[in-house]
Design a protein around this ligand. Sequence first.
Ligand SMILES: Nc1nc2c(ncn2[C@@H]2O[C@H](COP(=O)(O)OP(=O)(O)OP(=O)(O)O)[C@@H](O)[C@H]2O)c(=O)[nH]1
Ligand SMILES: [Mg+2]
Length: 311
Amino acid sequence: MPGDGLPAAPAVPPLPARAGRIAIVGRPNVGKSTLLNRLIGRKLAIVSGRAQTTRSNLLGILTRDDAQFGFVDTPGLQDNRSGHASRTYNREVIQALDSVDAVAWVVEAGRFRAEDQAVGRALPKEMPVVLVINKIDQLSDKRLLLPFIDRVRREREFAAIVPVSAERDAAFDPLLDALALHLPEQTHLYDADALTDRGERYFAGEIVREKLFRFLGAELPYACDVSIDQFEELPALRRIYATISVLKAGQKAIVIGERGAQLKAIGSAARQDMESLFDCKVFLELWVKVQRTRARSKPGSDAGVSDDERR
Ligand SMILES: Nc1nc2c(ncn2[C@@H]2O[C@H](COP(=O)(O)OP(=O)(O)OP(=O)(O)O)[C@@H](O)[C@H]2O)c(=O)[nH]1
Ligand SMILES: [Mg+2]
């Protein structure tokens, strides 16, 4: 009441009644990272049309009035026999499953394969699992959805089954509501405005990796490694120096492209994404090196490096 001498009660936002972590799992390329980005409303995870784009677990946080969701995007679960990298990625998935309250198991509408079955076997029996049938926009005939659901239902019990198009849907409330039911009743685990637990440096490396997938064909992106050599955080600017390591000189030539054009395109696209995510200007300089030899210095700055410097 005005004039009674008491300070007005501060407006306290309601605390979420439920909070917990949810692993987003599935075979490679089903759209897990796309789904994470759409659920939290920001592009955090890198996405590509190629399998095995995600290499490590990534936390993305969504805070609603009634619940806080800590989504863990995971690498695509792969056949263990397919090499060291796959085993490392699979370990990430198993680790994620160890520390969550529920699972969103993503499959592709109309395509349930042996690899999907293997994902089902990896899920703990007692874990609440919501089946997310993604890419329904690609289903030629919607009547195929029911038999598809019947097929996947044979694999295990689901807490809910939600068809979505991670790419095209405007909202994901049915999926979020179904997941919220399986989060423990508790107040939030993270700050209400937190988005992730990773720093900008991590995302800088990931964004460059995503552009390698976009601009380089075939197997080359898998032969590339990205390291951030220097990350300077200034008030409204990030200065980022990164190296793309490749295995062979021929690969280096392809990454750089004719007169440095390829590297310039990669750098330019990466810089734009970084500016959008970090919400400030970014100066990005990319170098390409063969394995550990740094000598060939191939600066490919997006800020107008000359052709000579690129060769
Ligand atoms: N048509 C269509 N394409 C989609 C949809 N969701 C994802 N995609 C595409 O599917 C491809 C794989 O998407 P990602 O999100 O990278 O898949 P992922 O499961 O994270 O892949 P990995 O990290 O490699 O396991 C990309 O080309 C996406 O654009 C969707 O709802 N509809
Ligand atoms: Mg992914």
